[in-house]
Design a protein around this ligand. Sequence first.
Ligand code: S3P
Length: 176
Amino acid sequence: MANSPTIVVLIGYMGSGKSVVGQLLAKQLNIPFVDADAHLESETQQTISEIFNQKGELGFRKMERQMLHELLNTSSEKVISLGGGAPCYFDNMNIILDKATQVVYLDVSIPVLVDRLWLGKNHRPVIAHIDSKESLTEFVGKHLFERRPFYRKSPIAITINMQTPDEIVSKILKKL
Ligand code: S3P
């Protein structure tokens, strides 16, 4: 990693493991970890679902964008795990690519994503309304089709199948 300070940004679809992997990666790099959604929740004292309910998705996206700017425009080192939609709105992905030292896309297959998301879908307002696993599979397939062009701008992509979080972190460290 050439630039300083070190800011590593993890991106990928909901359920791709950004928070777990980000925490472990930050530990390995010995720098702080920031989960962008958790950060927004603590700043606003509201859950992401409450923000969606009160301000609508557009309101959430504006707050997400503002927070992204704040996180990337500081001089402190960190690993940031972003919400799955963050790279796909406004000019966010260009800003991420411009400001981060490195951007890593966690690329997880649709069936694995669906298995993970089905269990905790009620906490995620984008998919909370979906009432069967088949509909979730269809939704994720279409949604990823729209979002992948943004994710794939990332210089580093890690294809994830059955690896453990530690194995994923080792893979990332080799590529940084
Ligand atoms: C979203 C992903 C969520 C959160 C919000 C919207 C999305 O984050 O930001 O519910 O549009 O993909 P995770 O990717 O951490 O679930």
